[in-house]
Each structure stands twice: as C-alpha cells, then as structure tokens.
Design a protein around this ligand. Structure first.
Ligand SMILES: C[S@@+](CC[C@H](N)C(=O)[O-])C[C@H]1O[C@@H](n2cnc3c(N)ncnc32)[C@H](O)[C@@H]1O
Length: 364
C-alpha cells in the first residue's frame, strides 16, 4: 500500500528526534558513483532522514526531482521536514511516499516525470533515528518494548515480542541461524522457550539478558555484544527484510529503463551484500550460449555494467566518525543498453543457438 504522506502534525518520535540527524554512510562514494546530472530523476527507496537524498537532489539541480520512499511513516515525516529545511519545495522538487520498496513498480506516482528514474538508491536496514529510539525496540542499548516494526500498520505484520512469545523452538533456532548466522542458535532458542514459560520476555533488555545467560561467557564475541546477532535476526524476520530485498532486486532491471540509468545499494551484512552482488552480476551477463558451444552465436551483449568490482567501503576516517559505516558496502550498476534494443537480437539468437546446437551435435 502506498500512502502519499499527508500528515504534517508532528509525531512523538518527530518531536523527539527532529534536531537529531542520521549521518548518511558512504556519502561521497554514493555521489561519485551515481553522479547526478542536472535534471535527473532520483528515486531514494529508503529515504530515511534524507541525508543522501538531499545531497543527490542538490547535485541534480536545476530541474532535478526526488521521489523518496520509506515504509516508516514517522521517518517519512522527518524526510519531508529535512528536505524542506534544505530549501526544496515539496511537489516541485520532491515527493515522499510511505511504501515498501518491494511495491515500487506499482506505486501511485505523484507525476509523469517521477516514473522513469535516472538514479535509484537503497541504503538498507534501519536508520539511527529508529535504532536510538527506545520505544521502537530495535536495540538493547536503551530498554524498551520488544517491537522492531518499521511500520506496525502493514498488513500481517507482527512484532518481535510476538515472535519470541509464539514461535516454536525450531522456528526461533531457524531465525537466529538463518538471519543472524548465530552459532549458539539452538541453545539460545531453548533458553528463550524455558524462560518465557516462567515470565514473558517483553523488553529489549530482558531479551538481551536471556541471550547472555544462554551463551557461555568465554564464547561471547569480542567486538560486539553477545545479543547483537539475535537482535539483527529478529529485526530481519519482523520486517521480512530479505524478502523485501529479493523482490526489489528482481524488479530493478525493468525499473532502470533509460540508457545510462544507474542504481546503488548499500548493505550492512553479508546476507544482504551476497544478494546484491549476485543480482548485479546476473544483470551484467553478456553471452547466453550453452557452454558446450565452441564460440558465441547468440550475439547477446550485456545490458548492464558494474560501477565497481568489489563494492566500496568506508575509509578509516569515516569509520572513526561514524562507527555504523564500518560494515557498509556500496555496489552499483549502470544500464548500458536498452532492453528492447536486444529483443530482436535475442529472437535471432535463440534461433541461431538452436541451429548451431543441431549442426554441432550432427558433426559429433
Ligand atoms: C539506513 S536508513 C536510510 C537513511 C538515509 N539514506 C539517510 O541518509 O537518511 C534505512 C531506511 O530505510 C527504511 N526501510 C527499510 N526497509 C524498507 C523497505 N523495505 N521499504 C521502504 N523503506 C524501508 C527504514 O525505515 C529506514 O528509514
């Protein structure tokens, strides 16, 4: 469901956070990689506090337009406020929609121009504004209700406390192992199941303590809290983050219609980065001939090119200033050929491949 953000009344979170900023990660790398031109249409699929968005939009002036998407209505309000504070005019320079990026292909576009992007950016995960707000329940640093939903109004959504209270031991183990790559998944899940029979686990601190009690002290990780992986896993499960990413990646080639249009995705852990890397690689495939053929007969050439081979990471200075950037990795791709340019070639190609396969086999 897409909602044009209408409410201008300040939410609880907005009142508390409007002077705080989410420091955008890899900002200079994003600008360099996606290099906006005047008049470009930018889609920021995770607009957040509009840190990246405001900078990209400024570089796209005059006549640039930003379509910002965020699934979290409270964060979307902050994006509007920050973009207006940066001097942009809503409706003329930008529009913000509350939506999940998996639904981008079917949203109600605010105007004709916003339908065809030159630049698409996604900066995955949660913003520090969400993370630092105890009432949102994303972190054990401040005690709060075990929530973790980016948008509680989304149909079928359930919060972290529901998962902890109702999932079976094997379901919990699966969540911690798959989304947190947590070695102690089985033991943690079983301690949670024991504990919840004595007393419901309803707060971030009580979950953190339960996890800590399940893992032997000498096995605690050195650089992060013992509960970090479990919290990451729960957040991913609550918000179906990997499903969202997979759907968006599937749609990406068709969304980047124009020659020269480009996308950048910032991921924060290997589960996301692996998906982005594989999807971008698949988009750059050229020859589609069967491996058995001695030479190419399909004539198919790649529609996309990678904008960096291994992905860009933060330098030492940025990591010092913003520790969140430590695990960030930016990958990018650019359309180098129109999809329909290739349709004729592809039709001929499949014909050629069939003929060549037949003559190749008849010679064997
Ligand atoms: C890391 S923050 C983005 C910060 C932003 N780049 C900035 O500079 O302020 C990620 C944002 O993406 C949003 N988000 C996460 N998953 C989403 C999804 N599937 N669809 C839309 N927004 C999503 C979160 O609500 C959050 O505000």
């Amino acid at each position: 469901m897409t909602t044009l953000l209408k409410a201008r009344s300040s939410s609880r979170m907005f009142k508390k956070c409007h002077t705080e900023v989410h420091t955008p990660v890899l900002l200079s790398q994003v600008c360099e990689m996606l290099s906006p031109n005047p008049g470009d249409v930018i889609w920021d699929l995770t607009v957040g506090a509009a840190g990246h968005a405001a900078t990209l939009l400024r570089l796209a002036q005059p006549n640039g337009f930003l379509l910002g998407i965020d699934r979290d209505p409270e964060i979307a309000e902050i994006a509007v406020k920050n973009l207006e504070a940066a001097g942009f005019i809503r409706g003329k320079d930008f529009e913000i929609l509350v939506s999940r990026f998996s639904e981008i292909a079917s949203i109600d576009f605010p105007n004709e121009i916003s339908k065809t992007p030159d630049i698409i950016l996604a900066d995955l995960g949660v913003s520090s504004l969400q993370f630092d707000e105890a009432a949102r329940g994303f972190s054990f640093r401040n005690d709060g209700p075990l929530n973790m939903q980016m948008n509680a109004d989304e149909k079928g959504s359930r919060n972290a406390a529901d998962i902890i209270a109702n999932c079976s031991l094997s379901e919990l183990e699966h969540i911690f192992r798959t989304y947190g790559e947590e070695k102690w998944s089985r033991r943690i899940a079983s301690v949670i199941v024991e504990q919840r029979q004595i007393k419901p686990i309803l707060t971030t601190r009580s979950l953190r303590e339960t996890v800590a009690s399940a893992v032997p002290r000498k096995a605690w990780p050195q650089n992060v809290d013992v509960a970090t992986r479990v919290f990451q896993a729960l957040r991913i499960a609550v918000n179906n983050e990997l499903g969202e990413l997979d759907t968006m990646l599937e749609q990406l080639p068709a969304l980047l219609k124009k020659n020269g249009s480009r996308a950048g995705i910032i991921s924060f852990h290997s589960l996301e980065d692996r998906r982005v890397k594989q999807a971008f690689r698949a988009m750059t495939i050229g020859c589609i001939c069967p491996k058995e053929l001695p030479c190419c007969v399909c004539g198919h050439t790649a529609e996309f090119k990678l904008l960096s081979s291994g992905g860009l990471t933060a330098d030492k200075q940025e990591v010092e200033n913003n520790p969140r950037s430590r695990s960030a990795r930016l990958r990018g791709t650019i359309r180098i050929k129109n999809a329909d340019q290739d349709l004729g070639t592809l039709k001929n190609a499949s014909h050629n491949v069939t003929n060549d396969m037949q003559s190749w086999h008849s010679q064997e």
